[in-house]
Write a protein that binds this ligand. Structure first.
Ligand code: TMP
Length: 266
């Protein structure tokens, strides 16, 4: 057996050469980082859950006509995807004020925004992924105008779809991050959705209790991150009932006292 070639190791994933030209294998790790990798840790089982959640979301997005890099899940931690050239822009979609926008603009966490906001960050770890404007993106030619239009219109459609998908399972989609890539066909390329969509890159709040069901539990030392990720997968119907005990309802109450500004659970 020949050892497959590793192409890249990121903070949460490893990329290997795929079985056919133009394909890549994405391996999902349990490693978690925050604040540009200043904080490091592991969330047990995260890779397995994010692989399943991302498969589910990308498959559903493809059903509404969003082109994605996802081909198929291979096993518990790996999926086969199309090889793309990643556009060095993180597209952030925000419905509710949380995280960095609160610090930057002095907003209260949990305030619904007047309308959905799209922000762009330049993907550069050494610079800490700085917020940039469309003018910067055009000026430095990180993406063309047409690619920007494709990314922003897909981001809005993805947000509309995901808000509904999560609302149906009592989860509020606060914000999330998307990455896109160029798929080449000869001299031409088109923009498709790449990377992953999982609780690592989304803020997901329980609709009733306000409980955080995402990586903020790790970022803010709230505890219960494994349970929170599993709860998202369970509500999406991706886990056998026995994985979480038959009919058992997640209880993060032991971690609740450390949650800030959270309304008491009814
Ligand atoms: P922020 O409030 O820290 O700017 O994050 C906005 C959203 O983007 C949040 O859902 C987390 C996600 N995100 C990532 O996926 N990767 C990152 O490096 C950062 C900073 C945020």
């Amino acid at each position: 057996m020949t050892r497959r070639r590793q192409i890249y190791e990121g903070k949460a994933k490893i990329l290997y050469e795929g079985p056919e030209p133009g394909t890549i294998i994405q391996y999902f790790k349990d490693d978690a980082t925050a604040f540009n990798a200043e904080k490091k840790g592991t969330i047990n089982g995260k890779g397995v859950i994010n692989n399943r959640i991302s498969e589910h979301v990308f498959t559903r997005l493809s059903h509404i006509g969003i082109p994605t890099h996802f081909i198929r899940r291979l096993n518990m931690r790996e999926q086969l995807v199309r090889q793309v050239e990643i556009i060095p822009i993180e597209v952030i979609v925000r419905n509710v004020a949380a995280g960095s926008i609160c610090k930057r603009l002095g907003l209260e966490e949990g305030e619904p925004l007047p309308h959905t906001l799209i922000e762009y960050c330049f993907k550069d770890d050494a610079l800490g992924d700085p917020l940039v404007s469309e003018e910067h993106i055009a000026c430095f030619n990180w993406a063309s105008l047409e690619e920007m239009q494709d990314m922003s219109s897909m981001a809005i459609r993805i947000n509309d779809f995901m808000c509904g998908m999560f609302a149906a399972i009592d989860i509020r989609l606060v914000d999330f991050k998307l990455e896109f890539g160029r798929l080449f066909d000869g001299d031409f390329s088109r923009v498709i959705l790449a990377d992953e969509i999982s609780p690592d890159g989304c803020r997901l709040w329980d609709m009733k209790s306000g409980e955080k069901l995402d990586k903020d539990r790790f970022r803010r030392d709230l505890g219960g991150e494994e349970d929170a990720y599993r709860e998202v997968a369970r509500r999406l119907g991706l886990m056998q009932e026995e994985d979480n005990g038959p009919g058992e309802v997640l209880d993060l109450s032991s971690h609740r006292s450390r949650l800030r500004g959270m309304p008491p659970k009814k």
